[in-house]
Ligand binder design. Structure first.
Ligand code: PLP
Length: 383
């Protein structure tokens, strides 16, 4: 059976060029970047070149880029590192109800430790407005953490404007950009963010590698302890193959970002058009325009998202319901619930996330198969 992958927001396949770039760093160039001999120096040079490349891509300086084990660790480092550093100054944190659990659970952990947490509610499109942030700020606010683009519905927040507000009020601003990095332009020098989390495996790079941007001058306590790696902020022998792979993936994004997003956006729009023509009571979740190009999240009234997923899987199509990290849970998505969807509609949602490898034929196949599945399931449904 031909398999079709429409789950690029969960993870992407490694680009063959990324894999080739990594290969020597497993086999021949395996040195520890802290060693002073040739092997170590070779790894160190590659590490710093990768840092330069990543920094250049997102408009940062190399010394503002820290490599981590992924987006989750980067989010944890940012939020815990800042709040521990500033807990004397204040204990109020502002975040939102649509954050990935890497942010949400970290903030909830802090709330249990005595921090005061305000979670902003998005509008019906999943957007957090700068005005909401401005209104939530208090004298004891020490950190605002609002994601750049949402992983379930793709809605893009106006990070620059939110950052203008935090900057004016002298409050640190972290943004989880795991989904937007490599897909929409990020220019950190002009975006008014102090910290940003990014990840490799959403951009055709390897899993287990991520980036934390920390603006020069921002004080951050480490959250793990060990050696002096990553300028004393993130101990542990650097994952050189992962970092090289991430840098190669970034290089490819640099070349292809605009053309990829245009093509993927057209495929996504076509898929939505065809599905909405053929399936009655199908509703789009997320912002109709301010949304990542690859993301299509819809609710099919009267049918459980999980049932749709299983039927699609039998037809060779891989999609997702809610966030992959929470699949297995029967609760409706926290993002859709926060956006105000009734539990019934939140539970009948399905996410297609298209990527670089998808074709017109695949979209046409899905647009033919899903309406058939819906018709069959609706015929069986007692509702
Ligand atoms: N933040 C967002 C918005 C995500 O979508 C994800 C992964 O799905 C993460 C954080 C976690 O990133 P990682 O898988 O690299 O730890």
């Amino acid at each position: 059976m031909n398999r079709i992958y429409f789950d690029h927001s969960a993870t992407t396949p490694i680009d063959p060029a990324v894999f080739e770039a990594m290969r020597p760093y497993f086999l021949e160039k395996f040195g520890n970047a802290s060693s002073i001999h040739f092997f170590g120096r070779e790894a160190k040079v590659a590490l710093e070149e990768a840092r330069e490349l990543v920094a250049d891509f997102c408009g940062a300086s190399a010394n503002e880029i820290y490599f981590t084990s992924g987006g989750t660790e980067a989010d944890n480092m940012a939020i815990l590192g800042v709040t521990h550093q500033l807990s004397e100054k204040g204990k109020h944190i502002i975040s939102s109800r649509i954050e990935h659990h890497a942010v949400l659970h970290t903030c909830e952990y802090l709330a249990k430790q005595g921090f005061d947490l305000t979670l902003l509610k998005p509008d019906k499109f999943g957007e957090i407005t700068p005005q909401q942030v401005a209104e939530a700020i208090r004298d004891d606010t020490i950190l605002v953490s609002i994601m750049h683009a949402n992983n379930e519905v793709g809605t893009i927040n106006d990070i620059k404007k939110i950052g203008e507000i935090t900057k004016e009020r002298g409050i640190l601003f972290h943004s989880d950009a795991v989904q937007s990095f490599g897909k929409i332009p990020i220019q950190l020098s002009t975006m008014n963010v102090d910290l940003m989390a990014m990840s490799g495996h959403k951009i055709y790079g390897p899993k287990g590698i991520g980036i934390l941007f920390v603006k020069r001058g921002v004080k951050l306590l480490p959250i793990t302890f060990g050696g002096a790696h990553e300028r004393n902020r993130r101990p542990g022998t650097e994952n050189i193959p992962g970092i090289i792979g991430l840098a190669k993936a970034v290089e490819l994004c640099k070349e292809q970002l605009a053309s990829d997003e245009e093509r993927i956006g057209q495929l996504r729009d076509l898929l939505y058009k065809k599905l909405s023509e053929k399936i009655p009571r199908l509703y789009l979740n997320g912002h109709p325009q301010k949304r990542l190009a690859g993301l299509l999240n819809v609710s099919v009234q009267g049918i459980e998202g999980e049932a749709l997923l299983l039927s699609l899987d039998l037809k060779g199509i891989a999609a997702s319901s809610g966030s992959a990290c929470t699949s297995g849970s029967v609760d409706p998505s926290h993002v859709l619930s926060a956006m105000g969807l009734k539990p019934e509609l939140a539970q009948s949602s399905i996410r297609f996330s298209l990527g670089r490898g998808n074709t017109l034929e695949e979209v046409e196949y899905a647009a033919q198969v899903l309406p058939e599945i819906v018709e069959r399931l609706r015929a069986m449904s007692p509702l």
